[in-house]
Design a binder for this molecule. Structure first.
Ligand SMILES: NC(=O)c1ccc[n+]([C@@H]2O[C@H](COP(=O)([O-])OP(=O)(O)OC[C@H]3O[C@@H](n4cnc5c(N)ncnc54)[C@H](O)[C@@H]3O)[C@@H](O)[C@H]2O)c1
Length: 332
């Protein structure tokens, strides 16, 4: 599919970040967009930005839907069919995602389950719901967002990352398995798996909202104590830090993730859409993702050793964020 003009694209998680930029770039090309998100306010902003860029007659609709809840996904699908008066769609971007549920041993189970549900079941439910609409189009493309954590289940030593990595590996495996299934049973439908490296978005802040965590400013004694213990386990020197310093530090980490990234959400969306146009099934987004993919393939047995993260850091990737390149905490 070389052009998106006049097509219908469904984008999950269109409220902010890469989903918003995908919606904007698609709309600018005259592609009709139906987005969903859990934030009506953010979707309104995306819709307004799309309308500024889109040629007249381009439809941009917003739909409140939590992709981890199948009944909501089915209602979203029905609303898309109705508001776009269509029996088919041409593009499905399974983009919505959150980070959380780091440790199986020390983190809250509800957070683990919700992270896995949004990142994996969201992709699965939306694919199930929309696949007949993709098949009904003359040509169509399914685009599933995984992550570099879909082939490297780590954020570096000292930072457990189990729920997100498990879900993103599932998304990658599912997408790769669909290549053969679609080739056999619906060859006019293509599939791609998107694996971004570090992209500057508000995912850290948004994930906290979806998981019902208090914001750093709202954190009280017990929340702060848990954060303190978690950071200490990760080797961050927090002893001696006051509660206010801890709150400020947490805010700074979320802002640094967004503002100090090597790639903007807009540039990432352009790379994704280029990959779709070229019908590439594996779309690595960012130089860091390309380098990490190569390193993991070169030395899979070393991938979870501190020396591996050190090599990444020396190459200038993922510098210092979330423990990549930080020395491993002592094993006790
Ligand atoms: N930012 C990165 O560095 C990075 C790296 C690799 C992969 N990813 C993946 O890229 C995708 C987009 O993330 P982003 O960085 O643009 O983050 P983001 O937080 O800016 O955007 C994600 C959007 O999804 C929405 N969302 C969250 N849970 C939802 C749910 N249950 N139902 C519907 N919408 C929901 C959020 O409200 C938000 O608008 C995610 O799948 C993420 O895991 C991001």
């Amino acid at each position: 599919m070389e052009q998106f003009t006049g097509r219908i694209a469904v984008v999950t998680g269109g409220g902010t970040g890469m989903g918003r930029e995908l919606a904007k770039q698609l709309a600018a090309e005259g592609c009709h967009v139906a987005m969903c998100d859990v934030s009506a306010e953010h979707m309104e902003e995306t819709q307004a930005a799309c309308r500024q860029l889109a040629p007249p007659g381009t439809r941009v609709t917003t739909h409140l839907c939590d992709v981890s809840e199948e009944p909501q996904v089915l209602a979203f699908r029905d609303a898309v069919k109705q508001s776009h008066a269509t029996p088919c769609i041409h593009l499905l971007f399974n983009n919505a995602g959150i980070g959380g549920g780091g440790s199986m041993l020390t983190d809250d189970r509800a957070e683990w389950d919700k992270t896995f549900a949004v990142c994996w079941e969201g992709v699965y439910y939306c694919t199930r719901a929309f696949l007949p609409l993709l098949v009904a189009a003359p040509e169509a493309h399914l685009v599933n967002t995984s992550s570099v954590n879909g082939f490297w289940a780590s954020l570096g030593p000292g930072t457990p990352h189990t729920a997100y990595s498990a879900a993103k590996f599932a998304v990658k495996g599912f997408s790769e398995a669909l290549i053969g299934d679609l080739r056999l049973n619906a060859p006019h439908v293509k599939v791609s798996v998107v694996m971004p490296g570090h992209v500057g978005t508000s995912i850290v802040i948004n994930s906290g909202i979806v998981l019902g965590r208090p914001s750093p400013k709202e954190m009280t004694g017990e929340d702060l104590q848990q954060v303190r213990e978690r950071l200490a386990r990760q080797g961050v020197p927090v002893e001696g830090a006051s509660d206010d310093q801890l709150r400020a530090g947490l805010e700074m980490m979320a802002i640094a993730f967004r503002d100090l990234a090597p790639l903007s959400a807009a540039a990432a969306a352009t790379q994704i859409l280029d990959g779709v146009r070229q019908e590439r099934w594996r779309i690595l987004v960012g130089e860091d993702a390309i380098a990490l993919d190569r390193l993991v393939r070169e030395a899979p047995e070393e991938a979870y050793e501190p020396s591996f993260s050190e090599r990444l850091r020396k190459l200038g990737f993922f510098g210092g964020l979330f423990g990549v390149g930080r020395p491993a905490p002592p094993a006790d």
